[in-house]
Each structure stands twice: as C-alpha cells, then as structure tokens.
Design a protein around this ligand. Structure first.
Ligand code: PMP
Length: 407
C-alpha cells in the first residue's frame, strides 16, 4: 500500500507533543486539522523571502507575491475541478463564504415572501446567514428533516420546493452525523426547477475527492484550516454566471475598476469579491496544503480514514454503553456519541487528562442535538495522520471514564 500513515505523521511536528505527560492523541480534526511541515515552512519562507502586498506594486516582491497568490488559486481550481480559476474566490473561511452568498445573492434575488431551503443537520454557519437574510427581506426559511439514522429525507424536498424557492443550501458532509448527503441528487432536482444550490463542503473537501462540475453545484464553500492549511483562509467557488450576476459583498480596494464620487464600477472576477488586502499568505499556505493532500493521494486518504471510521464504530458499539449518532450508509470520518449516565463534558475533561483531544458540546449544530433530545455529545473526528492505535487509546480512555463514574 502506497499510503504510509507513519511517514505522514513525521510531517506533523505537533503530533510529537506530550499532553500531561501522555502522547497527544488528536481527534478534533473536524474542528481544525494540524499542519504538516511543508505548509509551516511555506508560510515561513513566504514571510522571509516574498512578502509584499499583491496586485498593487510593480516591484519585484509584489510581483512574486502576486504570482504565488494566483498560482494558489489555480491549485485550488484544479483540486475541486472548477472550470475557471476566476470562479475561485479567496475568503476567510466557510462562514465568510456562506455569509457572502447569503448577502449578495439575497440582495439581488430574494424578496418578501420568497423561500430558502436548508436542512435540519446544518452547521450554524449554514443556518444563521440564511435566517438573517430572511429577516432582512421578510422571506421564509424551510427545512429538510433527517431521520433518526441521520439520513436526510430527500424525498421530502420536492414538496418543500415552491415557485418562491430562491435557493437551497445543504452540507456535503455532516460535522455531527458524518452523513454524506446525496448532493448530486438534490442539485439535479433543484435545477429542474431552476433553483441554485449552495453546498457547504467544510467537512467533505479534506476527506474525499470533490468535482464541482460533476456535482453541478452553483456555490461551494470550504475552509483551509480543516484541510491542513492555515486559519483565516477559505474558498467560495461560484459558477461564473452567478458570480457575474450578484453584487460584491464588500467594498474597498482591489475590487473596483473606476471610482468616482458619483459611481463606482467593479473589477472583473474574481477580484470583484476580494476587497481589501487579502490574506495572500494564507492563500499560498492553502495552495501548499492542497499540494500536500494531492501528494498523499486524496483517494488513499479517504480509504485510510474509512478504515478508521469502521474500526472506531465497531469498537464503540462493542462497549455496550455507548450511543452513536448517525448511522447513514455513506459517511465521512467522524463519530459522535454519548456514554450512558456520563455527561459529555466530564468524559471530555477526563480524556483530555490522558492526552486525548475530543470535542464535546453541540458542535455548532444545536438543531441536531435537539433532534435527539440531548444537550451535546462527544465527537472524535479523524484525519489522514490518525491510526487504529489512537482509536484503541480512545477506547481505553472511555473504559477508564466509565470505571471512574462507577460502571
Ligand atoms: N460548516 C461545517 C459543516 C463545519 O463543520 C464548519 C466548522 N466547524 C463550518 C461550516 C464553519 O467553518 P469555519 O469556522 O472555518 O468558517
């Protein structure tokens, strides 16, 4: 097998850290991933050798920085197989990308009485911006439910679609249920009614190969920090025709063509959506992270993580006192669960003392927790550098938690 997890681990210096004297077992990758040396070195080198504001200067450094920034755009374009590089907009992350579309698309196309459809399993980042839009425009939010297995009830979508439906926003992979939603099916149904679809790819892009043209989504959003890149950088992909049609979401430098006090005309794509000094260092770091994923082999990464998922589910199920949330047949690599009679926060704090980093709480998806009548759960989310041994450590940790709480 070409994928060598031990070799991969050597690239991530933080994995050598000790936590309270124990080896770090980092299972909070759904929140953010650790960074490999090539990404760390790239950011360092950029600051040492190439730093300069992009698109503004004719001097050597500015040209170097601009070239690196635009190359990163092409790297991302090729990675998600977008048709044009100007369909790739650098933002600060998934949240900014979705807010940007909610604002700009909303300004242009959403009016009083119109409807937006989302799903019950969305992250708050794909709920609240649409709610804010609906409040601004006096529009209505509708929700596709999921069943107790964590499977989206796509058969309910057609009855939710009305003449007044303006957009559907759906997550590709769930950050709480791990469900991989049938986005292609949703998009092809939506397009039959000429409704555009935004896909939140924050939890899919790091774990599987994504082809936005094949998916045929109209907008696609994701974050650099969840895919081994830096924080504060992310992507909004939009089909050219939509990006041409909607107004910019921010005004300022770089996004303009001619500015007078009477009227301003906007720059061409993608700059129309990149106002101000962009996070060019982050963009270059994200480009390097994509290269790292490509070199590791995104399909090998997916296979490795799928093995971890299966292994974790099997071991957790065997314990007998664990409730797992999300049993969809197609899943990404995370598990969320509760331990009978033990509060998630207590479990999380004790696991932490053993060096095991898991997430506890609602994971920014309160409606999912409400669906199951819980106020939070525990999440272990896997990345390419995790191992079966680390899952064994998690299980051992859970057994200790259970013993401490008298089980
Ligand atoms: N959507 C999903 C599915 C997520 O998991 C997250 C991050 N937890 C976000 C959106 C928001 O991403 P960011 O905080 O990087 O903007």
């Amino acid at each position: 097998m070409s994928f060598d997890v031990h070799k991969i681990r050597e690239d991530f210096p933080i994995l050598q850290e000790k936590v309270y004297g124990n080896p770090l077992v980092y299972l909070d990758n759904g929140a953010t991933t650790q960074k490999p040396m090539p990404v760390i070195a790239c950011i360092n080198d950029f600051h040492r050798h190439s730093n300069s504001s992009i698109h503004r200067g004719v001097h050597y450094l500015s040209e170097q920085a601009t070239e690196a920034y635009e190359q990163a755009r092409i790297t991302v374009q090729e990675f998600i197989r977008a048709k044009h590089s100007h369909e790739i907009i650098f933002t600060s992350g998934t949240t900014a990308s979705i807010n940007g579309v909610a604002f700009s698309f909303g300004e242009r196309f959403v009016h009083a009485g119109d409807e937006i459809i989302i799903t019950e399993m969305e992250h708050h980042a794909n709920i609240v911006p649409w709610q804010m839009l609906c409040e601004r425009k006096n529009a209505r939010l509708k929700v596709i439910p999921f069943n107790d297995e964590g499977i989206l009830q796509v058969d309910k979508l057609e009855e939710l679609i009305q003449d007044k439906t303006r957009l559907i926003a759906v997550m590709h992979a769930s950050n709480t249920l791990a469900t991989l939603n049938p986005v292609k099916q949703i998009i092809s149904l939506a397009h039959r009614y000429n409704i555009p679809v935004l896909v939140d790819g924050a939890q899919s892009v790091p774990h599987m190969s994504v082809d936005v043209q094949d998916m045929d989504c109209d907008f696609f959003a994701f974050s650099g920090h969840k895919m081994y890149g830096p924080t504060g950088i992310g992507i909004l992909y939009g089909k050219e025709k939509w990006l041409d049609d909607i107004p910019p979401f921010q005004g300022g430098g770089d996004m303009v063509d001619v500015v007078t006090f009477e009227k301003t005309t906007y720059n061409q794509l993608p700059y129309k959506f990149e106002a101000g000094t962009s996070n060019y260092v982050g963009a270059v770091g994200l480009g390097k992270a994509v290269e790292y994923l490509v070199t590791a082999g995104i399909n090998d990464v997916a296979d490795h993580e799928h093995d971890l998922l299966q292994y974790a589910v099997g071991r957790l199920d065997n314990l007998g006192y664990v409730t797992l949330y999300g049993r969809a047949p197609q899943k990404t690599s995370l598990v969320t669960f509760t331990l009978r009679d033990i509060h998630p926060y207590d479990a999380g704090m004790i696991l932490d003392k053993m060096g095991i980093a898991v997430r506890t709480g609602t994971h920014c998806a309160q409606p999912v927790m409400r669906h199951y009548g819980i106020d939070g759960n525990i999440r272990a989310s896997f990345a390419m550098y995790n191992t079966r041994e680390e899952i064994d450590a998690l299980i051992e940790g859970i057994q200790k938690v259970k013993t401490m709480f008298g089980g």
